[in-house]
Ligand binder design. Structure first.
Ligand SMILES: Cc1cc2nc3c(=O)[nH]c(=O)nc-3n(C[C@H](O)[C@H](O)[C@H](O)COP(=O)(O)OP(=O)(O)OC[C@H]3O[C@@H](n4cnc5c(N)ncnc54)[C@H](O)[C@@H]3O)c2cc1C
Length: 324
C-alpha cells in the first residue's frame, strides 16, 4: 500500500518482526495513533528460507500471542516448541543415546513456539494493513532528520534512483535490524570483543526427526512422555567451540545452524552439572503419571506440562542438584 498521509504520530523504520509487532501493539492499545511503517522488501517474504530468529522463549511467545493477538495464527499455522534440548558429547558422538541429554520430557506449561519467519511476518503484515497501519513495502529509508517533535523520514520507492518522498512523525522508531539506521546516524556503535559467528540453512521436504537416530534404545525412547516430542524442541548438538541447532518449522522444513565462538565451551564441569539435571528430570516422574499431550492444541500442551513441572520439583531433583 501507499502512504495515506505525509504526517503521522509514529514512523517505524523497517517492517520486520520488531517493526510489525510494535505497530500492532501500538494500534491495539491506542487506536487513534497514526502509524507509518517503511519496509524495503517489495513483496511477501518467502517461507522457510527467510530469516533466523525462529525459536521463541516464554516472554516473546506471550508477547506475540497475547499482546499482539497472534495466538490464533501461531497455534494453527506455526508449531508448538518442546523447550530447549541439549546433547553433550559422548565418545565419537555416533550414538545419540549415549550423549548426555538435557531437556524436558513433555511440552512445558507455558507455551513457546517455533515460528517460520516468512510465514509469520507475512501474517503480521496482513494484520497491520487490516488494523489501519500504513505499511509501505518496497520503501527504502534513505534519510532521517531528527528535529524537535516533527522528525522527517525520506523513503525511496522503485529501487535506487526511484521516487523519493518524505513524511513527518512525532516519534521515529528504528526497527531496521542490522541496518542500524539511528545507531549509525547518532554514532552509538560500540565494539564487542566477543567474536562469534554462525552459518545457517534450511533442509526442506520434511522435518528431520533426530529421535529416530535413537529409536533402537527403548530406555532412551521411554524418557519422553511419548515418542515424537523431541523433534519439536530447539535441539542443540553441542561440541567444543561450536554447537549445531535444529529447529523444526511449520513450512515442513528444518532450520539448521552452526554458531561458533573463540571462547569455546569446555567439556567437564558443565557436562557433569547438566548430566545430573538430565537424569533427574527424566526419572523424577513416572511415565504413567505423565499425561499425553502434543503440539496440536494449547489445551493439550498445558495439561502435559503440569506433569513436567512435577518432574522438576521432585525432592530427588533438588537433592541431586544441591549435591553438585
Ligand atoms: C544466528 C542467529 C540465530 C538467532 N536465533 C534466534 C532464535 O532462535 N530466537 C530468537 O528469538 N531470536 C533469534 N535470533 C535473533 C533474531 O533473529 C533477531 O532478534 C530478530 O530477527 C530481529 O528482528 P528485527 O525485526 O529487529 O530485525 P529484522 O527481522 O532484520 O527486520 C528488519 C527489517 O528492516 C528492513 N530494513 C532494513 N533496512 C531498511 C531500510 N533502510 N529501509 C527500510 N527497511 C529496512 C529489513 O528488510 C527487515 O525486514 C537469532 C539471531 C542470529 C544472528
Amino acid at each position: 500500500m501507499e502512504a495515506t498521509s505525509n504526517r503521522y504520530d509514529v514512523a517505524i523504520l523497517g517492517g520486520g518482526l520488531a517493526g510489525l509487532t510494535l505497530a500492532l501493539q501500538l494500534k491495539r492499545q491506542r487506536p487513534e495513533t497514526s502509524i507509518f511503517v517503511a519496509e524495503k522488501r517489495p513483496g511477501p517474504a518467502p517461507e522457510a528460507a527467510f530469516k533466523v530468529g525462529e525459536s521463541t522463549v516464554e516472554i516473546s511467545a506471550d508477547y506475540f500471542a497475547r499482546v499482539c493477538d497472534m495466538k490464533d495464527h501461531i497455534e494453527q499455522d506455526e508449531l508448538f516448541k518442546a523447550g530447549l534440548r541439549f546433547f553433550f558429547p559422548a565418545g565419537d558422538n555416533s550414538d545419540i543415546t549415549q550423549r548426555v541429554e538435557w531437556g524436558d520430557s513433555a511440552f512445558a506449561p507455558v507455551p513457546t513456539y517455533q515460528l517460520d519467519r516468512g510465514r509469520f511476518e507475512n501474517e503480521l503484515a496482513r494484520r497491520n494493513v487490516e488494523a489501519g497501519i500504513d505499511l509501505v513495502q518496497g520503501a527504502f529509508v534513505d534519510e532521517v532528520e531528527l528535529d524537535g517533535d516533527q522528525h522527517s523520514v525520506t523513503i525511496v520507492q522503485g529501487g535506487p534512483g526511484g521516487d523519493r518522498s518524505t513524511i513527518t512523525a512525532r516519534w521515529v522508531v528504528d526497527a531496521a535490524g542490522r541496518s542500524f539506521i539511528l545507531r549509525n546516524k547518532l554514532g552509538l556503535a560500540k565494539d564487542v570483543e566477543h567474536d562469534i559467528n554462525s552459518a545457517w540453512w534450511r533442509v526442506g521436504n520434511g522435518l528431520v526427526d533426530h529421535e529416530e537416530w535413537g529409536a533402537h534404545d527403548e530406555t532412551w525412547m521411554a524418557r519422553m512422555e511419548r515418542p515424537g516430542i523431541r523433534r519439536y524442541s530447539t535441539t542443540h548438538l553441542v561440541g567444543e567451540g561450536y554447537w549445531v541447532w535444529l529447529i523444526p518449522l511449520a513450512s515442513n522444513s528444518h532450520s539448521i545452524g552452526i554458531p561458533n565462538s573463540q571462547r569455546p565451551w569446555k567439556s567437564g564441569r558443565t557436562t557433569s552439572r547438566t548430566s545430573s539435571r538430565s537424569r533427574s528430570s527424566h526419572t523424577g516422574a513416572s511415565a504413567s503419571s505423565r499425561r499425553s499431550a502434543g503440539p496440536w492444541s494449547g489445551k493439550q500442551a498445558c495439561s502435559s506440562t503440569r506433569s513436567t513441572r512435577r518432574a522438576r520439583t521432585t525432592s530427588r531433583w533438588r537433592t541431586r542438584t544441591s549435591a553438585i
